[in-house]
Design a protein around this ligand. Structure first.
Ligand code: BF8
Ligand code: SF4
Length: 638
């Protein structure tokens, strides 16, 4: 592909051009070289046992069952469940790591401080912990133990489901028998039922997938966000910078990449403490830049600048000024090591179960966080002298972005208009039509897709039609880089929406709210869910009655599928712009894409009130989302 077909971001084009000139292979070019497998891309290939692998050819040609007798619907449903299990386990591990850290902090064994004491007490109260005679650390310990119960208990339902789920959604899940008991139990069960000789009912397998969506939502997203807010602070509005130009030639540049904020928060702290060491090496200081969701976490809480989303992560190295890329878990391309070997960059892995051959490993444990972070920052400082001046080239021009829109921050901004009933201005705007609906623009960038194109087109189409847009994950990077998180982007908003954004912004002492609101990383998809739950409760309706949608135009990750399933389980429609590899089974696609008017007996829209919309073209996708928003408006308002 030529540079313009790879990304609409000129700085990414610039660095990709540089990589190509230097014969460095990155994901965009590897994507072009890879032939897509026609079987795998429709979900009809099965490798679940050693009788296989088996694959079912389309159009009735060749065998129509695997050796065990599994038909194409069973095989596709199992592939889907596989993806959802993988996605939700990543987020459940994230939640568990944070819960363990909170426990260690509460016991005085890890060097972090509880930053949001109010939230700690609010969560404790909602978990029905009696706090009267307890010290703050004892309360934190009780909260951590309640969180860890969600990985252990054998009966009942997960504490975090009780804590955060809308009652009507929970009733639906209970009736279907899909409410999760604990994350580990459900993940093991999902792996077990998916094996040869177990669950062979496609509908039942898909419902098992919905349980994975709930594990993702509660053991992953909600649990992580709540505990991270307690530990590191609940985000507040903050202004920061985006784009590859946040790299600074005069400073030691360290990219933090991955997902869990324990390491990255400490890296920021130690980069400040070791500033003098950097100066001794001839640099003017240390510049931490964010990549992927760790970038979002640090942006939201520390205002750290963000260099790159997923698909262009290797290009940060190609700038020639990156001393170290420090990674923890998820979305870390193994390819960064090969690229780093062409420059002076050191790749540093930090978790025992995420290593990359050839990279340096510095083990990170919350209890030894200071020692590890200090060692990592010193490694970066020592790399500065190894730069090759011939290979240095950084694009210029950063883009301003406002971020930090936690649900708490949004409610606080709204209370500037109505202190007694902060959600009323939003509800009035929804009723009057100034706001037509609410959309969460989420998910990734994908080296096979034109970077930022789908994310920005869907967003601009929705803004033009007065849809209030919030965003998370790498999709938020796309929006920020293209002026959709600063006031320049207000020109894309319809009149009604603009009026509301300005009114709320003015009450908070700003010219306006930005056109889209950055709510954080992928685990922070709990925040839009919280916002919608609060609006539904305020209106006295179910979540599936709200004119609200999710859209994920450029995803690559199974995590996006499990997050999407979490929203569908609440009856919120979710658009995906990249093939979810299901087209081999009409039965499975009917269950997921079908709607309430279909004759087909069971489908997601009938069970939950929301469905999956697969549409590659972002303009058509926005149209389909608006149609569903209008349908729900009509029922809600009449
Ligand atoms: O959890 S948005 S590419 S970095 S999967 Fe990965 Fe996708 Fe980025 Fe964050 Ni989410
Ligand atoms: Fe083939 Fe069935 Fe084994 Fe899959 S589970 S590989 S379809 S025999």
């Amino acid at each position: 592909r030529d540079l313009e077909s790879v990304s609409i971001d000129p700085q990414v084009q610039f660095l990709l051009d540089k990589a190509r000139n230097e014969n460095v292979l990155t994901a965009f070019d590897r994507a072009d070289m890879m032939n897509i497998c026609g079987f795998g891309s429709t979900g009809v290939c099965c490798r679940h046992c050693l009788e296989g692998p088996c694959r079912i050819a389309p159009n009735g040609k060749g065998p129509q069952t695997g050796v065990c007798g599994a038909d194409v619907h069973q095989i596709v449903a199992r592939s889907f469940l596989n993806h959802l299990t993988q996605g939700s386990s990543g987020h459940a591990e994230h939640g568990r790591e944070v819960a363990l850290t909170l426990l260690e902090v509460a016991e005085g064994k890890a060097p972090y401080q509880i930053k949001d004491v109010d939230k700690l007490y609010r969560v404790a109260h909602d978990l029905e912990i009696v706090t009267e005679d307890l010290s703050m650390n004892e309360v934190a310990k009780e909260v951590a133990l309640k969180a860890l119960e969600d990985f252990q208990k054998q009966t009942g339902i997960m504490n975090w489901v009780k804590l955060r789920a809308h009652e009507d959604s929970l009733n639906t899940w209970n009736k279907l028998g899909i409410t999760p008991v604990n994350a580990h139990l459900e993940i093991t069960k999902a792996v077990a039922r998916n094996a040869m000789g177990c669950d062979a009912d496609p509908t039942n397998l898909i419902l098992g997938g919905v349980t994975m969506g709930l594990i993702d939502g509660y053991a992953g997203l909600h649990l992580s966000t709540d505990l991270q807010d307690i530990l590191f602070g609940t985000p507040k509005a903050v202004k920061a910078k985006y784009s590859m130009a946040v790299l600074d030639e005069k400073k030691i540049n360290i990219a933090v990449h991955g997902h869990i904020p324990m390491l990255s928060e400490k890296s920021v702290e130690w980069s400040r403490r070791l500033e003098d060491e950097a100066i001794k090496q001839g640099a003017t200081g240390i510049n931490i830049v964010g990549v992927c969701c760790t970038g979002n976490e640090l942006l939201m809480r520390q205002g750290v600048s963000v260099a790159s989303s997923f698909s262009s992560q290797e290009l940060v190295i190609v700038s020639g000024v990156l001393e170290a890329m420090v990674v923890d878990i998820q979305c870390i391309m193994p390819g960064i090591q090969q690229v780093a070997e062409c420059y002076h960059t050191e790749i540093i892995t930090t978790l025992p179960y995420v290593k990359i051959a050839g990279a340096t490993h510095v083990n990170f444990e919350p209890s030894e966080a200071d020692e590890a972070a200090q060692e990592i920052v010193m490694k970066a400082i020592n790399r500065f002298s190894k730069r090759d001046p011939e290979k240095i080239s950084i694009p210029d021009q950063t883009v301003d972005a406002y971020a930090g829109f936690s649900t708490e921050q949004i409610v606080e901004a709204l209370s500037g208009l109505n202190g007694e009933d902060p959600l009323k201005p939003v509800i009035d705007a929804l009723v009057s039509g100034k706001i037509r609906g609410i959309a969460a623009l989420v998910g990734c960038t994908n080296p096979r897709e034109k970077q930022d194109y789908g994310n920005t087109v869907v967003t601009k189409e929705l803004l033009k039609n007065n849809v209030l847009v919030v965003s998370t994950g790498c999709a938020a990077h796309s929006l920020a880089k293209h002026n959709l998180m600063n006031f320049d982007g207000l020109e894309y908003c319809g009149e009604g929406l603009k009026e509301v954004l300005e009114a709320v912004g003015n009450a908070a002492g700003l010219p306006s709210l930005p056109p889209t609101m950055h709510m954080g990383s992928c685990v922070d998809n709990s925040r839009p869910a919280d916002l919608l739950t609060a609006i539904a409760n305020r209106l006295g309706v179910s979540m599936n009655e709200l004119p609200a949608v999710g859209s994920c135009p450029e995803t690559h990750s199974p995590k996006a599928l499990s997050i999407g399933t979490f929203f569908i389980a609440h009856g919120i429609d979710v658009h995906i712009g990249v093939s979810p590899q299901l087209s081999g089974s009409e039965f499975v696609t009917n269950v997921l894409y079908g709607d309430r008017t279909d004759e087909h007996e069971v489908n997601a829209d009938k069970l939950f009130g929301g469905k999956l919309i697969y549409e590659q073209d972002p303009y058509t996708a926005a149209k389909l989302l608006l149609e569903r928003i209008d349908m729900k408006r009509e029922t809600l308002l009449n």
